[in-house]
Design a protein around this ligand. Structure first.
Ligand SMILES: Cc1cc2nc3c(=O)[nH]c(=O)nc-3n(C[C@H](O)[C@H](O)[C@H](O)COP(=O)(O)OP(=O)(O)OC[C@H]3O[C@@H](n4cnc5c(N)ncnc54)[C@H](O)[C@@H]3O)c2cc1C
Length: 347
């Protein structure tokens, strides 16, 4: 270790996903040494598309990351007949491939020492030992290990991961659409169509029991058969290997426990109905890096807690209403959305 490295402050971040990589990049820019402990053997991103709203883009700008994507400033809401009901002002936003965002973040964090194929088996305020026996002396430990965070389960075992009641399929389809990203509401079903620079990101949600087996491509198409053209054609373009996840959320948020700082889904995983999970993880990452660097880390919790709670609650409500299945309730919902003034996401 060089004399300069010996005096540099050092952080260990567990989890090299969107939030972990962004935090690493932000700390590196402030002259810190960073170790990333990542369970996967390499940066492999299982995911389809992602919408980055203005708050996400502001955070990415701060670490000079800008993945390629298709810009948009408004989103639309429609019904299963593919009729548009309203528009939502988002401000300048970007629809990207998840892999592209991850690659750009990994490049920005390339000065970090990454311990792939490792978890943190011992964690103290000043020392982390990985599952491969590497001991890392640190000034701060950061948990960024996602919704299923092992560190959160260990340090805050009372926080529960709950099921939203609806499940989700995602894919990139080889169909080129113009126009705005749009979410179409059916009865207990939703279909999102997000044009990308190349292809279209499609997500589908359905009310279902927890851990219900996924559907085959043909079964998904059958389940969404009530969705009119052009949505039916988009469904026909689904690949065989559609990604499937039950959508979960945490019943309480955890920002700090026993010397470990939490960010992103590990701290506050919530349902993805507002497209704000990655965005809030990026905001957390930048704020935490700033507070640690300035020695004002208690302010991190104060600055993030209220804002994230509000976003999580709104996201939960949006999903609840979007998944209604009673025909009368759905008719009233759709009429109310159509006649109310256009909402703004104001991210
Ligand atoms: C269907 C769906 C659609 C979404 N759409 C959007 C959207 O449009 N816009 C948006 O902003 N957000 C969206 N989100 C939310 C977003 O994907 C997440 O909020 C975001 O990925 C959280 O980032 P993170 O870094 O906290 O966690 P993750 O991205 O989950 O990263 C966690 C990392 O930790 C690693 N890890 C896990 N456990 C361990 C361990 N024990 N030890 C070491 N490493 C570990 C994992 O391998 C991973 O690399 C969506 C989510 C879903 C499910």
């Amino acid at each position: 270790m060089s004399p300069i490295e010996a005096v540099m402050r050092r952080a260990c971040i567990v989890g090299a996903g969107i939030g972990g990589l962004a935090c690493a990049a932000a700390l590196l820019r402030r002259g810190w040494r960073v170790d990333l402990v990542e369970r996967s053997e390499h940066f492999a991103v299982a995911g389809a598309g992602l919408m980055l709203q203005p708050n996400a883009l502001r955070a990415l700008d701060a670490i000079a990351v800008r993945p390629e994507g298709k810009g948009f400033e408004r989103m639309a809401l429609g019904n299963a007949k593919a009729r548009l009901l309203t528009h939502i002002e988002t401000g300048p936003s970007l629809a990207v491939l998840r892999g592209d965002l991850h690659r750009a973040l990994a490049e920005a964090a390339s000065g970090a020492q990454v311990h792939f194929g490792s978890t943190a088996v011992e964690v103290g305020p000043s020392r982390v030992v990985t599952s491969r026996g590497v001991a890392i002396d640190v000034d701060h430990v950061i948990a960024a290990d996602g919704l299923g965070s092992e560190l959160r389960s260990r340090l805050a075992p009372k926080v529960r991961r709950l099921y939203s009641g609806y499940t989700c399929w995602r894919a990139i389809v080889d169909v080129q659409l113009d126009g705005l990203p749009c979410e179409y509401w059916g009865r207990g079903l939703r279909m999102g169509v997000v044009p990308l620079q190349k292809g279209t990101y499609v997500y589908l949600t359905a009310n279902a029991g927890r851990h219900a087996p996924s559907l085959t491509r043909a079964q998904i198409i059958e389940r969404f058969a009530g969705f009119a053209q052009p949505l039916a054609s988009v469904l026909q373009a689904l690949p065989e290997d559609v990604l499937h996840h039950d959508l979960d959320y945490l019943d309480a948020h955890v920002w700090w426990r026993e010397g470990v700082w939490f960010l992103g889904d590990a701290a506050h995983g919530f349902t993805p109905n507002l497209g704000q999970g990655a965005a809030t993880a990026l905001e957390d990452a930048l704020e935490l890096a700033r507070c640690l660097d300035e020695g004002t880390e208690q302010a991190y919790v104060e600055r993030r807690r209220g804002r994230v709670r509000r976003v999580a609650d709104r996201s939960q409500r949006a999903g609840w209403v979007g998944q209604w299945s009673n025909p009368v309730a759905c008719w009233i919902r759709d009429a109310a959305v159509e006649w109310a003034p256009s909402p703004a996401l104001a991210a």
